[in-house]
Design a protein around this ligand. Structure first.
Ligand code: GLV
Ligand code: GLV
Length: 318
């Protein structure tokens, strides 16, 4: 079988090569749709990244032999799942405990850095502004006893909540399948000192955080986004920060990556990281293992653990 890997990834791809012909993109950058089609034409499997947009048109151009798209990410909003399913193409992702933990850890790194102004203070120190201890510089916000609002209580949201216990915070959350402890979004927004987003990007969540949402948040609260950029309307976020209604924001993802609203990036109460929430050695290794087994399982007619479109299995392309 033939496999195309759209970009070199960390970890061990050797198992893929044992019985298959594997081509890895020679470019250390995302491919254009045309390049992707050209390279992937005729392959049985594509190992794709979240920067690859793959819809029915792309899969048709790759050809009717394409059986599986193994997406090297937890999120799969870059793939048109309906169109893949219609064509009998299996889609897998790399959701696993290691990635969930890594994203939860980064979320907490951002919550701590934002509420204790670590980046701002570091920047001032490096520029020589530290003149000795002062009683009133870089006052932050204590987390103990405050409320953390987790929007989306899946694998990652749950692990973010677990870590909140150590900070002695109250945790509230929204959940797609409601349970006795979940709250609705308006209740969460009105009561949270820190709101952190852990939902997937889809039609319901696109710009879910906009002017109206920000107005419902507590004055002086903080927003963290390690999920997907387009869930937050960046322009409305700038307004909410400028007016002081929100005290700060920490973002790992952006509306139009890799571009960031210049005003946002110039604000001292905003922390930006370049989409690295899952970037640990441990998580990447686990992701590579899963991305590889997703493809090999489909080739061996075993339903992959991380299949995203389960309904395709009985009508998949052979
Ligand atoms: C990263 O953003 C992922 O979805 O894994
Ligand atoms: C701070 O360094 C203190 O000792 O209070």
């Amino acid at each position: 079988m033939k496999i195309f890997v759209t970009r070199k990834v960390p970890g061990d791809l050797e198992p893929l090569k044992k019985e298959n012909e594997v081509v890895i993109s020679e470019f250390d950058r995302p491919l254009t749709p045309e390049e992707l089609i050209e390279k992937a034409k005729g392959v049985d499997a594509v190992l794709s990244l979240l920067t690859d947009k793959i819809d029915g048109e792309v899969t048709d151009a790759i050809g009717p032999q394409l059986k599986v798209i193994s997406n090297y990410a937890v999120g799969f909003d870059n793939i048109n799942i309906t169109e893949a399913t219609d064509r009998g193409i299996v889609v897998t992702n790399t959701s696993c405990e290691e990635v969930d933990e890594a994203v939860a850890e980064h979320t907490w790194a951002l919550i701590s850095a934002l509420t204790r102004r670590v980046v701002e203070a570091d920047e001032a120190t490096r520029r020589g502004a530290y003149r000795g201890w002062e009683p009133d510089i870089f006052l932050g916000t204590s987390l103990i006893g405050k409320t953390l609002g987790i929007v989306g209580f899946g694998g990652i949201g749950t692990m973010v909540a677990r870590r909140a216990e150590g900070y002695n915070m109250n945790v509230i959350y929204t959940k797609r399948t409601k349970d006795e402890k979940s709250v609705d979004l308006d209740t969460l927004l009105a009561n949270s000192d820190v709101v952190t987003i852990h939902v997937p990007l889809n039609d319901e969540t696109r710009h879910m955080f906009n002017k109206e949402t920000f107005a419902k948040m507590k004055k002086g609260s903080f927003l963290i986004n390690t999920a997907r950029g387009p869930i937050v309307d960046e322009h409305d976020l700038v307004d909410a920060l400028r007016s002081g209604h929100l005290q700060g924001a920490a973002l790992d993802v952006f509306d139009n990556e890799p571009n960031i609203d210049p005003e946002l990036i110039g604000m001292p109460n905003v922390i930006t990281t370049p989409h690295i929430a899952s970037a640990t050695h441990e998580a990447r290794e686990a992701m590579t293992k899963l991305a590889v087994s997703g493809i090999l399982d489909v080739f061996a007619s075993h339903e992959p653990v991380n299949i995203v479109n389960k309904e395709v299995w009985t009508k998949r392309r052979e």
